[in-house]
Design a protein around this ligand. Structure first.
Ligand code: SF4
Ligand code: SF4
Length: 434
C-alpha cells in the first residue's frame, strides 16, 4: 500500500512503525474471512482491511479521529486473527494499539461512553478497588434484567459470590517441592486474582510440584494490557514500568528462569514490552529482558515436562478453547493441548476455533451486542463436540463463556486441569458438575 507521510511525520518512531505496517498491506483481503466482526457484520469498515484504510487516512492527514473511525476501531476485538491470516506480515497489533491511543487523545466521546471507560480504567487494574466494585455489582446483579446494553452486561458478568482471596495474597515465595530445578516469577495480575484466585493457586501448586520455586513480587500486578486496549497508553506504560521494575529486582536478587503468565491477554502484552519501550532510554533494555523471559504457563510446562498423570483424568473429554491472545497473539497452540493429552484427558478441538468468544478484555462490557453473538456462536461450537469440560488459558474467556454462572458445560483454566491430574484438588468450576 502506498503511503504519503511527510518527513516531519516520519521523524516520529510510532508513525514510522505504522508506516512500515501500512506499506506491508497489499489489500489482498485474505484477512476478511477470519475477522469475527466482518463475519458478523459484513461491513468492509469492520474488517481488518477497512480499518487499516481508516487508520491510514487518519494518520497521514494527522486528523483527529472522527466518530466513524472511533466506531470501527472500537468494534475491533484486538483478537489478531487477521495477523495470523495475513500473508504479508502486517503487524496489526501495533497498528490498532496506535490507533486506539490516537482515538483516545483526539476524539471526545459521548459523556456516558467517556465516563464508563474512565471508570473501567480506574477500577480494573487495581485489585482492591475492583473487589469493592464487584461486591457492589454483585448486590445489584438481580436487577440486571431491568436494564439493557452495557449496564446489563456489567451486572450479568459480575459474579454472584466473590471467592475468598488465596494465600498468594500474603505470601510471596513458594518453594519447590523436592530439589529446586527452576526459579520463576508468576504474574499475579489484576482482575483474575479477584474473580478467580484459584487459577494462581493451581499454577503455583503445579509449578512447585514440578520442582519450580515461584516468587510473586508485589510490584508486578497489572501488566497494563487492559488499559492499553482502552487507548490509555500512558497509564499502561506506568503499570508496565512498575511491573518491569519488580521483576528486575527479582532478577537481581536471585535470578529468574522465566516470568510465567497464566492470563494469555497479559502474556501477549508482556511479550510486546520490548517493542513498546524500544525507544525509551531508561526502559528499553529491561523491557526487552522481561519480554525475553515471558512464557505462557503452557509453554513453560511444555519445556520442563509434566509428571505422569493420575487416573482421575481418564475418560474425560476436554474441549480446548484456544484464547485469541494465546493462539494469535503469542502463536501458542500446540502446548496446551499436548499437556492436557499427556495428563490423560481426551482433547477435542472446537470448530471455528480461530473465532473470538467475544471476551477481549473489556469488549464484552463495551460492545455487549457483538460480544453476545460471538459467545452464542462459540457455545454452539463447543456443544457440537460434546465435552465434559472446556479448558482455556485466559480468565476473560472463562468469565465470558460462563456468563451468569449458569453455563451447562463447566469452563476452567487449563492449568487447573493439569494441577488436578498431577495431584491437586479438583477444579472449583468443575466440582459438583462432573
Ligand atoms: S483484530 Fe480481530 S476483530 Fe480486529 S480486525 Fe483483526 S480479526 Fe478483525
Ligand atoms: S491479509 Fe494482510 S495484506 Fe491482505 S488485506 Fe489483510 S492486512 Fe492487508
Amino acid at each position: 500500500m502506498q503511503t504519503r507521510f511527510t518527513t516531519e511525520q516520519m521523524a516520529d518512531p510510532a508513525i514510522r512503525d505504522c508506516e512500515r505496517n501500512l506499506r506491508a498491506c497489499v489489500h489482498c483481503g485474505f484477512c476478511l474471512s477470519t475477522c469475527p466482526t466482518y463475519t458478523l457484520l459484513g461491513d468492509e469498515l469492520d474488517s481488518p482491511r477497512g480499518r487499516i484504510y481508516l487508520i491510514k487516512d487518519m494518520l497521514e492527514h494527522d486528523r483527529p479521529a472522527t466518530a466513524e473511525v472511533a466506531l470501527h476501531v472500537d468494534r475491533c476485538l484486538s483478537c489478531l486473527a487477521c495477523q495470523t491470516t495475513c500473508p504479508s506480515g502486517v503487524n496489526y497489533q501495533h497498528l490498532i494499539d496506535h490507533a486506539r491511543a490516537h482515538v483516545e487523545d483526539t476524539y471526545r466521546r459521548p459523556f456516558l461512553d467517556r465516563t464508563l471507560r474512565r471508570i473501567l480504567a480506574m477500577l480494573l487494574p487495581y485489585p482492591a478497588r475492583f473487589r469493592w466494585a464487584l461486591r457492589a455489582a454483585g448486590l445489584a446483579r438481580p436487577l440486571a434484567r431491568l436494564f439493557s446494553g452495557r449496564l446489563s452486561a456489567m451486572l450479568t458478568l459480575a459474579p454472584a459470590r466473590l471467592p475468598a482471596a488465596g494465600r498468594e495474597e500474603s505470601l510471596h515465595i513458594f518453594p519447590a517441592v523436592g530439589p529446586r530445578r527452576k526459579r520463576v516469577a508468576l504474574l499475579m495480575g489484576c482482575a483474575q486474582r479477584v474473580v478467580a484466585p484459584s487459577i494462581n493457586s493451581a499454577t503455583i501448586r503445579l509449578l512447585n510440584r514440578h520442582g519450580v520455586e515461584v516468587v510473586t513480587p508485589n510490584a508486578a500486578g497489572c501488566c497494563g494490557a487492559i488499559v492499553h486496549h482502552l487507548g490509555k497508553a500512558e497509564q499502561a506504560r506506568g503499570l508496565a514500568t512498575a511491573a518491569i521494575e519488580g521483576w528486575m529486582q527479582e532478577i537481581a536478587a536471585g535470578g529468574l528462569d522465566a516470568i510465567v503468565v497464566n492470563t494469555s491477554g497479559c502474556g501477549t502484552e508482556i511479550k510486546d514490552y520490548g517493542h513498546i519501550f524500544r525507544d525509551d532510554p531508561v526502559w528499553a533494555a529491561p523491557a526487552r529482558a522481561v519480554s525475553d523471559l515471558a512464557r505462557d504457563i503452557s509453554e513453560f510446562m511444555d519445556e520442563i515436562g509434566i509428571q505422569a498423570a493420575i487416573p482421575d483424568a481418564a475418560n474425560l473429554t476436554v474441549a480446548y478453547h484456544s484464547a485469541c491472545s494465546l493462539q494469535h497473539g503469542q502463536k501458542v497452540t500446540r502446548q496446551p493441548q499436548a499437556l492436557l493429552a499427556a495428563a490423560g484427558f481426551t482433547v477435542r478441538e472446537i470448530p471455528e476455533g480461530h473465532l473470538c468468544c467475544g471476551s477481549a478484555g473489556t469488549y464484552n462490557l463495551l460492545q455487549p451486542e457483538i460480544a453476545g453473538r460471538l459467545r452464542e456462536r462459540k457455545l454452539a461450537n463447543i456443544a457440537s463436540v460434546g465435552p465434559d469440560v472446556v479448558a482455556t488459558g485466559n480468565v476473560g474467556c472463562i468469565t465470558q463463556l460462563q456468563r451468569g454462572g449458569n453455563a451447562k458445560i463447566p469452563v476452567v483454566h487449563t492449568v487447573e486441569l493439569l494441577d488436578w491430574a498431577t495431584g491437586g484438588p479438583i477444579p472449583e468450576g468443575f466440582a459438583g458438575k462432573n
